[in-house]
Design a protein around this ligand. Structure first.
Ligand SMILES: *Cc1c(COP(=O)(O)O)cnc(C)c1O
Length: 461
């Protein structure tokens, strides 16, 4: 007798627990739950030890296909999902042994040279697939602290059913980061805001809550979208499988963290069965999370602090809601704790270090002097945090570690030249953007009313 095909659908709840559960398609197209919570899996799927062990002999795409299908269920056919993954993740990922048991995994080889390419490119194709099936159009509204905007803009570029509006803090991002958003045109509109990332995010959140904009069909592509989060579990499985010897060997991950989407991807991978000794959540001077882990008291850093790792200048990380959720806690979008998470388990799984700009710069210099390789500010925060961990826990020195490098050094030339007097070589995908001209529709906006007016003018009902 033939076995009946297993039908399974994944379902999602809001981290605020004040709206109905939805399926994957709704979670992705809606972006955020109507109660302002973030969507989270009701059941985290699991992988057997044997499956995880078998990843050793597979390439990234094969691993990606196995892992991602667990999240999505049958709502997208296996064949279609494979096409989506193959197209979205068709770039290099690599891993290098730096010293003793310490490895760096390079997530910066995608088209925008940021780890955000993993999430954004997968999400774009999943959305396109759903919209095509329903014959619908949407507008993606997204706030960026630097890298999200570029990754999202490039990922959705020229998709006929999707318009993209990006808001960026105009004085806090590099010329190159801006040009990744403002030189595209077509379906991409980018606004420079006189403020910080948090101000951009506030505008986005206000627009989402504004009933007069309902007809614009807004959705998000920030890491608040669950469709961006899932692809961020994939490289944990891949990088783990490149370095382990024996089955069930545990590994330490050092994760540069800003809005905590990357770390949440890792935490989900751990719940799925990946043997992880501990996560090091490496933050810059925005130290709300390490302070919370230490004291149990949560205070956002408001306004957020400007650091050279600018994609991590986040004073109140959205994905904290998901991390609380994973540990039986609840925190809302304002940062109010409604249920205290299991602090013991949280502290067991994650240690967090705040790395000052001074220490980040020292790490870039010493890394170059020691290994003759360039690390950029975000990866340097991760590497510096790993060094602190190694100094504090020498008994764990035989446990291997992976630090994620999340951007290409050539995106931060001024800083790097100043520190080590070397001009980081620019990958081709960035070189071609440098000389492009910017579109005039990339204007500046300060107040919500001006922003809303723009949306209403451009998306008449
Ligand atoms: C976004 C970003 C981060 C932070 O990732 P989160 O998922 O927001 O924690 C780190 N490094 C770079 C280069 C980024 O673009």
């Amino acid at each position: 007798m033939s076995k009946k095909e297993e039908v399974f659908e994944t379902s999602f709840h809001s981290t605020n627990y004040n709206s109905l559960d939805v399926d994957f398609k709704t979670a992705v197209l809606q972006g955020q739950a109507i109660d302002n919570g973030l969507y989270m899996l009701n059941n985290i799927p699991s992988l057997t030890d044997e499956t995880i062990d078998s990843f050793k002999n597979m390439n990234f795409i094969d691993i990606a296909n196995i892992v991602i299908s667990k999240f999505i269920g049958n709502i997208i056919s296996g064949e279609k999902l494979q096409q989506i993954v193959n197209k979205a993740l068709n770039f290099e990922i690599s891993l290098e042994n730096i010293a003793n048991n310490d490895y760096i995994c390079y997530l910066d080889r995608g088209p925008t040279c940021s780890f955000k390419d993993f999430g954004a490119r997968t999400l774009a194709r999943i959305m396109e697939h759903f919209l095509e099936a329903d014959n619908k159009n949407i507008t993606i509204l997204t706030a960026t602290s630097g890298d999200t905007g570029g990754a999202v803009a490039q990922a959705f570029y020229k998709m006929s059913r999707i318009k993209v509006v990006v808001l960026y803090p105009k004085n806090e991002i590099s010329d190159l980061q801006r040009k990744q958003m403002t030189t595209l045109g077509e379906n991409i509109i980018a606004f420079g805001i006189k403020g910080k990332f948090d101000d951009c995010q506030k505008l986005v959140k206000t627009a989402f809550a504004d009933k007069e904009l309902n007809h614009v069909n807004l959705s998000s592509a920030n890491s608040i979208n669950i469709g961006r989060l899932m692809p961020q579990t994939l490289y944990y499985f891949w990088s783990y499988s490149r370095i382990v010897g024996k089955k069930n060997e545990k590994v330490i991950f050092s994760v540069p963290s800003g809005n905590f989407g990357n770390l949440t991807g890792g935490l989900i991978a751990k719940k799925m069965g990946l043997p992880i000794k501990r996560f090091i959540s490496a933050v810059n001077e925005n130290n709300e999370f390490p302070t919370f882990l230490r004291t149990g008291i949560y205070n956002k850093v408001d306004p957020s602090i400007n650091c050279i790792s600018n994609a991590m200048n986040v004073g109140h990380p959205s994905n904290l809601a998901r991390i609380f959720d994973l540990y039986e806690g609840q925190i809302d979008e304002k940062g109010v704790i409604h249920r205290v998470p299991n602090m013991e388990e949280l502290r067991n799984d994650i240690i967090s270090y705040s790395i000052s700009d001074e220490a980040t710069k020292d790490a870039i210099v010493s890394f170059y002097n020691k290994y003759k390789k360039i690390i950029e500010p975000h990866g340097a925060v991760g590497w510096a945090a790993l060094q602190q961990y190694r100094n504090s826990y020498p008994k764990n020195n035989d446990i291997k570690s992976i630090t994620y490098e999340t951007a290409d050094p050539s995106k931060f030339p001024e800083e790097i030249i100043k520190l080590i007097d070397v001009v980081p070589e620019m990958p081709y995908s960035l070189k071609i953007i440098q000389d492009k001209s910017e579109f005039p529709n990339s204007k500046e906006i300060g107040e919500y009313t001006a922003f809303k007016e723009f949306l209403l003018e451009n998306f008449p009902s």
